[in-house]
Write a protein that binds this ligand. Structure first.
Ligand SMILES: Nc1ncnc2c1ncn2[C@@H]1O[C@H](COP(=O)(O)OP(=O)(O)OP(=O)(O)O)[C@@H](O)[C@H]1O
Ligand SMILES: [Mg+2]
Length: 570
């Protein structure tokens, strides 16, 4: 029996509308991957050759799961059954024509591309190695091997920079002297960011800028004004602090500026005008003495004047610090370039590419080479992408260039062929930031698809994974957090699993310990309480299986999660 769901029309559209570019955006457990598998099966039943379809996901595990699901839907349909998730769309099963097409397709099912985005790109490169000007024998280094090579290149650079004596490397020496323990880790992180964002460079600072002169001028203007209007002691006293700032920065940017100078400039003397633990100036509100000296109206005007001059000193100081920071990053980055170049050289010698190279080369091919683009577009008229929230801008550029109705130099201007793309994702599940997943890129891609004359957004809301009490809890709490500001607005889920009385409530909030107990003790009590809950569930809680039957819960059915950087003390 099919489950009657409120969004059935949307689901049916996902598996029958092949002329629209669709974005399916929905939460976890709503059947997105299922819909994608069914769409592939229905495309095959609609006469599309398996070789023309690419179904892409982001990790090996999810691509392999997708492949299994597609095969299982196809097999079930061919055995004369309609899988549960297609029952509402196919109440009478496949037509004779669809069945014939699916039978024909099954002989070529191994030509169906179900893969990760990286393998997909690798295939494009291997097929077009000559055009990509690459050694046809070039291999892709797995992530671990590439990371080890990069670590080696970084460590060599770091050690060399410390002893090279070159001005360029002074940044590394100065920073290491300041914090020998932390600096290597921080520089390594910075180098990793540079590695992931090959084309990104820190903004080039304006080497002609003279923030030192501007600060001195602001200090002088303030001092002159106070000399003419010495009505308030505190206002006068600031002058001494500002003099310290003058000696700290005067002439600092007059000629070549080495890293030692920048480092000194990054730490101005602390003066009375500054806020606690900050270089920003505290608010200035002292109209009283000015009114007293010059009467109400004139006092207010004078107070306004000195306020502006005081604010200008604060602003110029912050501008000088910002400029100093950008020059420090620029110099550091210049030195670090050697590590990145060495890494590239290591890869070249070993005839390997890393994952970033793979995407870069694939992008250059499908954007920069019309022949290759047309060949790939003809080979893959239909591209389906699961877990799109995990894509980054390079991946999106590649997919759009292939799905466009002609060569494009900028993917944002792509006009998509009808039905070329089927994007499935849940922006709330974007978890691969560390791998460059870029939620802004996902949003731009989604908007571009749904803004096309042949594009549409499909909302799916029925959830098949969780019981109604859990869904109610999630709806209640998530609606508040995902309020539509910087995050996508929350779309409430509809439960499909009927509420059944259970041995325990589905959602419980435990309050552990009292205020007097230390964190260690609370952890211990918490572990004890969680252990007890597990003990009550195992062997007692009925767990529903895919075929609808039930069995008692096992330890393996339980997932325990904790906030990152905390341990569960079990
Ligand atoms: N139309 C349907 N009727 C009944 N059950 C369904 C239907 N569609 C999907 N399911 C079941 O719901 C569960 C979740 O499906 P699926 O994995 O496709 O969801 P998903 O949205 O891709 O989840 P995730 O966000 O975690 O990737 C699966 O067990 C699937 O068999
Ligand atoms: Mg899924």
């Amino acid at each position: 029996m099919s489950v009657i769901v409120p969004d059935q029309d949307a689901r049916t559209r996902c598996v029958t509308d092949f002329s629209t570019n669709l974005v399916v955006e929905a939460a976890a457990g709503t059947g997105k991957t299922t819909l994608m598998s069914c769409r592939v099966a229905m495309l095959l039943a609609g006469g599309h050759h398996p070789g023309t379809i690419a179904a892409i996901s982001f990790t090996e595990a999810s691509a392999s799961e997708l492949g299994k699901r597609i095969h299982s839907v196809v097999e079930e349909l061919l055995s004369g059954n309609v899988p549960l998730e297609l029952k509402a769309t196919l109440p009478n099963g496949l037509s004779a024509e669809q069945e014939k097409a699916l039978e024909a397709a099954v002989d070529h099912l191994d030509e169906l591309t179900v893969t990760t985005i990286h393998s997909f790109c690798q295939q494009i490169i291997v097929d077009n190695a000559v055009e990509a000007k690459l050694d046809p024998g070039i291999k892709v280094a797995d992530e671990m091997a590439a990371d080890a090579m990069f670590d080696q290149a970084f460590s060599d650079w770091f050690t060399d920079a410390l002893s090279s004596g070159k001005t360029l490397d002074r940044a590394v020496v100065v920073l290491t002297e300041d914090d020998p323990l932390e600096v290597e880790r921080e520089l390594r992180d910075l180098a990793k960011i540079r590695r992931q964002h090959r084309r990104a460079q820190p903004p080039r600072p304006d080497l002609w800028a003279r923030p030192d002169i501007e600060l001195v001028e602001a200090i002088d203007a303030y001092a002159r004004w106070v000399a003419d209007h010495p009505f308030d002691k505190k206002t006068n006293d600031y002058v001494a602090g500002f003099d310290q700032l003058r000696s700290y920065c005067d002439g600092a940017f007059a000629g070549e500026v080495d890293f030692d100078t920048l480092w000194r400039l990054s730490r101005p003397p602390r003066i009375g005008a500054m806020k606690w633990k900050s270089f920003e100036f505290e608010a200035f509100q002292r109209p009283g003495p000015f009114k007293k000296a010059r009467g109400e109206k004139e006092g207010v005007r004078l107070h306004g004047e000195v306020l502006t001059l005081y604010g200008a000193v604060g602003e110029k100081l912050l501008a000088l610090l910002a400029h100093t920071g950008s020059r420090m990053i620029w110099q550091l980055s210049g030195s670090m370039q050697a590590a990145l170049d060495a890494y590239d050289e290591m890869k070249r010698r070993a005839a390997v590419m890393d994952f970033e190279d793979l995407l870069e080369h694939a992008r250059d091919l499908v954007i920069g080479n019309k022949q290759v683009r047309d060949k790939v577009a003809t080979r893959f008229p239909i591209i389906l992408v699961d877990e799109c929230q995990d894509s980054d801008i390079l991946q999106i550029e590649i997919l759009f260039a292939i799905a466009a109705d002609g060569p494009v130099s900028n993917w944002r201007q792509a006009r998509l062929r009808p039905g070329a793309l089927f994007f499935v994702g849940d922006p709330k599940q974007s978890i691969y930031r560390f791998r460059n997943a870029d939620i802004a890129a996902y949003r731009a891609a989604r908007d571009l698809i749904i803004g096309q004359p042949n594009g549409a957004l499909v909302a799916i809301t029925a959830n098949f994974r969780s019981r109604s009490s859990i869904i109610d809890f999630v709806n209640l709490n998530f609606a508040e957090v995902f309020d539509g500001g910087s995050q996508p607005a929350y779309v409430a889920l509809h439960p499909t699993i009927k509420h059944q009385p259970a041995v325990m409530p589905h959602v419980v909030r435990l309050s552990i310990g009292t205020e007097d107990e230390g964190p260690g003790e609370v952890r211990r009590l918490e572990a004890h309480a969680v252990g007890e809950i597990c003990d009550q569930l195992i062997g007692r809680l009925p767990v529903r299986q895919k075929d609808g039957s039930q069995r008692p819960a096992r330890a393996g059915d339980i997932a325990l999660m904790a906030a990152s950087h905390t341990e569960l003390w079990l």
